[in-house]
Each structure stands twice: as structure tokens, then as C-alpha cells.
Design a protein around this ligand. Structure first.
Ligand code: NAD
Ligand code: GDC
Length: 338
């Protein structure tokens, strides 16, 4: 505890899904934490000791964010699910290159000891993910490079930047590759939401309105693995405390189809839904995490079952949908009255 109390930690993207949960976790471990983002967390108050609204595309803001900091968890990024990353290539590449490049250099200049960069399974080559029954992806399979979308290209280049800062400047870097993280307090509507949140929202809406048909993008036979947020923040912390500087997967290795995911969520909701398969961005056909190296390096892998994680996530999203439907009813009543 003594070391932790003296350690000043920065979490960028602390107004977002994973960053917000990570701040709470690190406070629980006894750290002094500064959160930075373009916005405050949307669904509950931050536990950070200090929270600054900064734009990390800007070099002066990165210097401001990293002053007096020992360890940086770098999560800020312009990001979203397939609906967002398949439509905003230029914006994502431009914004995230600036954030990652400036944050790494500012952390070095201000004397940070450790820097953890949050990369993505999107760095893996699309040619390894063409089959729904995909071979789980190993860390050493990112090359020859053919990442998914501009989002994946930025992640791969920033991974390399971290490795070179480690070699050239002896900055103690860590690189994690997330595989579809989900949970409460994450984006659930508006276009950036990923499949677990989108399907929870659609199924909650079906349940609460009695219209039991939901849209699924594609035939639903595409596969993914999904990792619950509590496992994600624990894994991030374990990686930061390790001495491992190479990229490391952080995800579940249980692969399900999107149709199976919808069935599991419908079971949480206690309703039966009919799936309507519609056109939509699908990304890779299959994706799963190989956790061999994760187990080797951390002696641990995510433990929370998909069923448990979905039950907690669904309950939270059903609450948001209920509020949203009630607000719509109030607006319609008011419009009728005037
Ligand atoms: P999120 O969108 O909820 O959080 C990212 C935060 O970064 C947002 O709050 C956003 O406002 C902030 N941000 C964006 N531009 C900024 C800027 N210029 N200055 C300051 N803040 C800025 O996303 P998340 O799910 O919490 O993801 C966190 C990190 O993990 C990201 O780097 C993301 O690419 C990576 N990642 C997430 C997943 C996942 O499944 N959630 C998968 C792979 C990688
Ligand atoms: O958005 P996502 O969760 O991202 O989509 C998973 C699959 O679910 C896709 O094939 C998509 O077509 C399908 N899907 C079906 N219906 C829907 O209503 C829907 N909404 C959404 N969003 N998807 C639906 C993600 C990236 C992240 C990130 C992670 C790393 O890709 O978007 O930014 O880095 O990967 O694992 P996904 O898993 O393809």
C-alpha cells in the first residue's frame, strides 16, 4: 500500500466506458488518480482525485495531463463498434494518431515510469479471420500486417511506437489487445455501441414495447468472444504490474455466434424474440482470443462467464431503455397537451 499511495496514476479516456471503471478499480487499490477526457463520465460520478477536461489530440493538453505522473493508462481514443469504425476512417486515424503520438512523447518528457497502451484485436490480419470457425488469434500473428479498418492500422502503428520508445528511450511500456469488452456504464445507443450493448438495447425495447422482432446485422453466424469489464480492469492492472513489454491479448476465449449472443440476452430478459437479419457492417467473419500467452505471463485469464456478465449488463441497459421510453411518453403527452 505504501508504494501505491505515493504513486500518481493518469487514466486517459476516464470519461469513457473502460477508463471510468479502471479509475474506480485503481482508487480501490489505494492509488492517487487523475482522470482526463473530453467529457465527464455519462452515467455515474468519477472516483478520480482530479478530473480534467482536455483534448489529447493537442500537444499542450498532453503535457498538462502527464505532469507529475508516474504511471499512464492510455485509453483515450475515438472509437466505437462496427457501426462507427466502418464509417469514420479518416476521422479515427487522424484523431487517434495525434492522441497516441502526443501522449507517449509527453509521458516521456514528463518523466513517467510506465505507460500502458490499449490496442485492439482489430490489429490482427483480416485474412486470418475469414471463417466463423476461426483459429484463435495468437499475439505473434499480427504480421504480415493487414489490420481491420483505419482504426486497426492506428492501433498497430501505436503498438510499434510503444515498442520503439521502450527500446530507444527505456520507457517501460505495456501493450494490451482487447477482445470486445462489455458491461454496465458503457455506450448503449447513439451509433458507437458494440454488439452486446446494441442487442441488450434491442431486446429490452422489444420486451418493454411488446414488439418482439429485432434487427441483427448479417446472418448472425459471425463469431466473437466477449470479455466482461471487471475481468478487463483486473487484467489491465495485472499487466501494468508485470514486466511484460510485448503485446498481450486480453479477452475471453469462448467464441459464440451473434445469434447465440442474442439468445443468451433474450434469456436474461425472459422474452422470446424473432430475429430479422438485415444489411449492416459486419467486420471480420470470426474472431477469438488465444489466451496461451496471457496465462503464461499473468498466470490468469478472464473468469467471469458470459452468462453472468450479460445478466449484469442487460439489467443495467433495461433500466436505461425504461427511462428513455418513459421520457418519450412524457414528451408525447406534453406535445398532445399544447
Ligand atoms: P470509450 O469510447 O467509452 O472511451 C474512450 C474515451 O476517450 C471517450 O470517453 C472519449 O471521450 C475519449 N476521447 C476521445 N478523444 C479524446 C481526446 N481527443 N481527448 C481526450 N479524450 C478523448 O471506449 P472504451 O470502450 O472505454 O475504450 C477504451 C480504449 O480501449 C480505447 O483506446 C479503445 O480503442 C480500446 N479498445 C476497446 C475495446 C472495447 O471492446 N471496448 C476493444 C478494443 C480496444
Ligand atoms: O460492433 P461489434 O461488437 O464489433 O460487432 C460484432 C458483430 O456483431 C459484427 O459482425 C456486427 O455486424 C454484429 N452485429 C449484429 N447486429 C448491432 O445491432 C449488430 N450492432 C452492432 N454493433 N453489431 C451488430 C470490435 C470493434 C471495436 C474493437 C473490438 C475488438 O469489432 O468495433 O472497436 O476494437 O472489435 O475486439 P466487432 O467485434 O466486430
Amino acid at each position: 500500500m505504501a508504494v501505491r499511495q505515493g504513486t500518481h496514476v493518469l487514466v486517459t479516456g476516464a470519461g469513457g466506458f473502460i477508463g471510468h471503471h479502471l479509475v474506480t478499480f485503481l482508487k480501490g487499490q489505494g492509488y492517487w488518480v487523475r482522470g482526463v477526457d473530453l467529457k465527464h463520465p455519462e452515467y455515474s460520478r468519477t472516483d478520480a482525485d482530479e478530473f480534467e477536461i482536455l483534448d489529447l489530440r493537442r500537444w499542450p493538453d498532453c503535457l498538462e495531463a502527464t505532469r507529475g505522473i508516474d504511471e499512464v493508462y492510455s485509453l483515450a481514443a475515438d472509437m466505437g463498434g462496427m457501426g462507427f469504425i466502418s464509417q469514420h476512417h479518416a476521422e479515427i486515424l487522424h484523431n487517434n494518431v495525434l492522441i497516441s503520438t502526443h501522449m507517449l512523447e509527453a509521458s516521456r518528457r514528463n518523466g513517467a515510469n510506465r505507460y500502458l497502451y490499449t490496442s485492439s484485436a482489430c490489429v490482427y490480419p483480416e485474412y486470418r479471420q475469414t471463417d466463423a470457425n476461426v483459429v484463435p488469434l495468437r499475439e505473434d500473428e499480427a504480421y504480415p500486417a493487414a489490420p481491420q479498418d483505419a482504426y486497426g492500422w492506428e492501433k498497430l502503428v501505436s503498438e510499434r511506437l510503444c515498442l520503439h520508445y521502450h527500446e530507444d528511450y527505456k520507457l517501460d511500456t505495456r501493450v494490451v489487445r482487447f477482445h470486445n469488452i462489455f458491461g454496465p456504464l458503457g455506450t448503449w445507443d447513439g451509433g458507437r455501441e458494440k454488439a452486446p450493448a446494441a442487442l441488450c438495447r434491442k431486446i429490452a425495447t422489444a420486451k418493454l414495447t411488446g414488439q418482439h422482432e429485432i434487427d441483427i446485422w448479417g446472418d448472425g453466424e459471425q463469431t466473437r468472444s466477449f470479455c466482461y469489464i471487471d475481468d478487463c480492469v483486473l487484467g489491465l492492472y495485472k499487466l501494468m504490474r508485470s514486466d511484460y513489454a510485448e503485446p498481450l491479448n486480453l479477452g475471453q476465449d469462448r467464441m459464440v455466434s451473434i445469434n447465440e449472443l442474442a439468445n443468451l440476452i433474450a434469456a436474461c430478459a425472459g422474452v422470446e424474440v424473432t430475429r430479422r437479419h438485415v444489411a449492416g457492417p459486419q467486420g471480420v467473419r470470426g474472431r477469438n482470443s488465444d489466451n496461451t500467452r496471457l496465462l503464461d505471463v499473468l498466470g490468469w485469464q478472464p473468469e467471469i462467464s458470459l452468462e453472468d456478465g450479460l445478466a449484469r449488463t442487460y439489467a443495467w441497459i433495461e433500466g436505461r431503455v425504461r427511462e428513455s421510453l418513459a421520457a418519450t411518453d412524457r414528451r408525447e403527452l406534453y406535445a398532445d397537451a399544447v
